[in-house]
Every structure is written in structure tokens, then in C-alpha cells.
Design a protein around this ligand. Structure first.
Ligand code: HEM
Ligand code: HEM
Length: 344
């Protein structure tokens, strides 16, 4: 019934009073999506405090967490460019090219699990990965702790962020502080304003695109507060994309579960700020968002979207581009004589 009604609305075949048609579409949308929370969400086992957020911000921007002293989290998750690096796949330690595209850190606290294959349960588990990954920051927990302990201002900041702990400067606490900072990176978007009742927040085309996004079945996988970020599906439910887009060597969630059914299975991507985070897919092979939408149509739904449909859906996706919280670039503690020197 709902599908029928939004199809008629789309085609302009029924005319309801403007307010009524907006309400029908909104009611349907609210069953599938949720507006962003207006405050920083609570995270498991990590009380978020202003001191922890400040420390996490410093750590996020500190290149000395990497062995070479070249890479910080912000190198690949640049907060000035949508929280990612806009590269096909990331460049890390020793100029190595990693195997996957970097997803945005914006709103990542709302994902049910982290990474394309969901292998990290949450952001504190996630943050320990890149610092140790050979192709990313190539460091060791003990060396990171040594680096942080060598700078009195960091020791003081850890003390404030983790009061009542006898030895607060630890790799685990570093990850918790980064998670606290990341939890603040929420980007309210026109779509949220519209879900919250502002009829003018979406253009007529974006509303048509939203109706299509729901009616065609995109929202079956890309739903909830992050318009994705939960649930795992084969990339190519109906038709596998070619090896140029879905390289045979990366089997996705299979590496996590070792279950044959999970070959080429990935987390349905969160789509907030998607217009800012080209190139697309875990392989980063597609630079054009409308083309990515078309590929999803054939690969996941077995449906060739016509140009107009893909254009309208892409317009709707544009309404997910949000406003970044202001992030003042931190002044970092100066290194001391005992700070380990960068290695090649
Ligand atoms: C994935 C944060 C450093 C490249 C992620 C995700 C988060 C994150 C939250 C998962 C997002 C999602 O699943 O939607 C961080 C933090 C870092 C850091 C806090 C610093 C401690 C880096 C660096 C690079 C990088 C330096 C590049 C050299 C990537 C890539 C992925 C990723 C390629 C996807 C990997 C996969 O799914 O297998 N990062 N990141 N990250 N990050 Fe980072
Ligand atoms: C990825 C949109 C339908 C599952 C993506 C991406 C976009 C998108 C833009 C790229 C995200 C990025 O690079 O960060 C759409 C649209 C759809 C649709 C517009 C409807 C036409 C579906 C359906 C499913 C699904 C029905 C589940 C059956 C996925 C998965 C990925 C993804 C698993 C990650 C692919 C990868 O490994 O690179 N989607 N999607 N999508 N979507 Fe969809």
C-alpha cells in the first residue's frame, strides 16, 4: 500500500495537500531510518568526558603514533575532506598501497561494527588496528606507550582523562580516548532536519529520490541511523560486478568467519556524507556516485535503474551530506630527548 502510494506520488498521479504527502513519505521513512542523535552517544565501557575527547583529538592528529612519524589517523581520515583520503586505496607506511578504500570516520560511532568486513566490534577495538598494521602506521604498542610517556604534557592529559588509574598511559587508554573523540564526529544533515519535520529541508527531487531508494529496495540494506553500517550481504547478491570492481583476491567477511557463505560478503556501507567520499566500494574503483548507484541496482537488486532514477537517488544521497562539528586543530606536546626517533 505504502509502496503504491509513494509510486503514485512519484509519478505525480495523485495530489494530496502538500502537508499530507510529505507526512506519508516521512512516516514511511521513519519506519526505516532514524535522525542523528543531538548529543554524543554513549559507548560501551568508555565513559565520554571532555578531557578524554581533547586527548583523543590530539592523538587522532599525532603522526608520532606511527613508526615513521609520517602518518596520523587524519592522514587517511582527513577531517577536512569528509573523513577519508579520497584515494582508491590508502597509502601508508613506506608509501605502500593498502588493499582497501578508507571509509569515513564521520558518524562511525553509529556503525554496528567497524571495517568493510565488520571485523572490529567497536571504535576502541578498531583504533588499535591501523597503528599496528604494516601498511598503515607500522608501530608497536610498547613503542607507542614509550612515545606518549616521553612527553610530560601527554602524561598529564592521560591522567586527567583517566583519573583514579595508577598508570593511565596505556595503548588501551589511547584507543579509548580516540574512540571518545570519534564519537563527537556527528554530522547532522538536511535529511535529519526533514525527518525531524522540516518539509523544506529536502528538494522535490531529493524527496523523489528518497521514495525510489525505499521502493526499489536500497533501504532493505541501507537503513537505520547511518543509512547502512549494519548487516552483511554479498557484493553481487544478484549479479557479481566484474573483477575490476570486485577483485577476486579480497573475499571480504570470509576472512573473519571462515565460512564459505561469507565469500565476497561485506557490511552494507553507511551512506552518510557519501557525496564527499569518492571513490566508492571497498576497492575504490568507482569515482562517480551516480555510477555507483547504478552498479548497486544491477548487483544487489537485479534492476537496471534508468538514468533519471539513478539521478534522483543520487540527489537524495546528497541530502545525507552533513555539517561537521568545528574541530580546532590541536597544538600537540613537543617531543623530548627520550621520545623514540622516527624509523624508516
Ligand atoms: C578503517 C579509524 C588510521 C586507512 C577505519 C575505520 C575507522 C578508522 C573508524 C572503520 C570505519 C568503518 O568501518 O566505517 C582510524 C583511526 C586511525 C586510523 C582512529 C588512527 C589510529 C588509518 C591510517 C590509514 C587508514 C593511517 C591509512 C594508511 C583505513 C582503511 C580502512 C580504515 C583502508 C578500511 C580497512 C578495512 O576495512 O579493511 N579507520 N584509522 N586508517 N582505515 Fe583507518
Ligand atoms: C555499497 C548505494 C542497494 C549492500 C554501496 C555504496 C553505495 C550504495 C553508494 C558505496 C558505499 C561506499 O563506497 O562507501 C546503494 C543504492 C542501492 C543499494 C543506491 C539501491 C539502488 C543495496 C542492497 C544491498 C546493498 C539492496 C544488500 C543486498 C551494499 C554492500 C555494499 C554497498 C554490501 C558494500 C560493497 C563493497 O564491498 O564495496 N551501496 N545500495 N546495497 N551496498 Fe548498496
Amino acid at each position: 500500500m505504502k509502496t503504491m502510494l509513494s509510486a503514485l506520488l512519484l509519478a505525480g498521479a495523485v495530489s494530496l495537500p502538500a502537508g499530507a504527502s510529505a507526512d506519508v513519505l516521512r512516516d514511511q521513512a521513519l519506519e526505516i531510518f532514524k535522525p542523528l542523535p543531538s548529543t554524543v552517544p554513549a559507548v560501551k565501557d568508555n565513559r565520554i568526558t571532555p578531557d578524554k575527547i581533547d586527548l583523543g583529538k590530539a592523538l587522532f592528529f599525532d603522526t608520532r603514533l606511527s613508526a615513521s612519524g609520517v602518518f596520523s589517523c587524519n592522514s587517511c581520515h582527513n577531517l577536512a575532506t569528509g573523513g577519508d583520503d579520497n584515494l582508491e586505496t590508502s597509502i601508508g607506511h613506506g608509501w605502500q598501497k593498502g588493499p582497501r578504500n578508507a571509509p569515513t570516520v564521520l558518524n562511525s560511532v553509529l556503525n554496528e561494527a567497524q571495517f568493510w568486513d565488520g571485523r572490529a566490534e567497536d571504535l576502541k577495538a578498531q583504533a588499535k588496528g591501523p597503528i599496528q598494521a604494516g601498511v598503515e602506521m607500522a608501530n608497536k604498542p610498547a613503542l607507542v606507550e614509550g612515545t606518549l610517556k616521553s612527553m610530560p604534557a601527554y602524561v598529564e592529559a592521560f591522567g586527567k582523562a583517566f583519573p583514579n588509574e595508577a598508570a593511565p598511559v596505556t595503548f588501551d587508554n589511547m584507543a579509548k580516548a580516540i574512540e571518545a573523540f570519534e564519537a563527537t564526529l556527528l554530522t547532522p544533515a538536511p535529511f535529519d532536519a526533514w525527518l525531524n519535520g522540516d518539509d523544506e529541508a529536502l528538494s522535490a527531487e531529493q524527496k523523489q529520490g528518497l521514495a525510489l531508494f525505499m521502493d526499489k529496495g536500497c533501504a532493505a540494506c541501507h537503513s537505520g541511523v547511518n543509512v547502512g553500517g549494519h548487516g552483511y550481504y554479498p557484493f553481487g547478491v544478484v549479479e557479481k560486478p566484474g573483477a575490476n570492481i570486485l577483485p577476486a583476491g579480497d573475499k571480504g567477511r570470509f576472512a573473519v568467519t571462515k565460512t564459505a557463505d561469507d565469500e565476497y560478503v561485506y557490511r552494507a556501507s553507511p551512506l552518510r556524507n557519501i557525496a564527499l567520499t569518492a571513490p566508492y566500494f571497498h576497492s575504490g574503483k568507482v569515482w562517480d556516485l551516480q555510477q555507483a548507484v547504478g552498479i548497486m541496482g544491477t548487483a544487489q537488486l537485479g534492476e537496471e535503474l534508468d538514468e533519471e532514477e539513478a539521478r534522483l537517488i543520487t540527489a537524495f544521497l546528497g541530502s545525507l551530506t552533513g555539517t561537521m562539528p568545528p574541530v580546532i586543530y590541536p597544538v600537540l606536546p613537543a617531543e623530548t630527548e627520550t621520545t623514540p626517533r622516527p624509523s624508516a
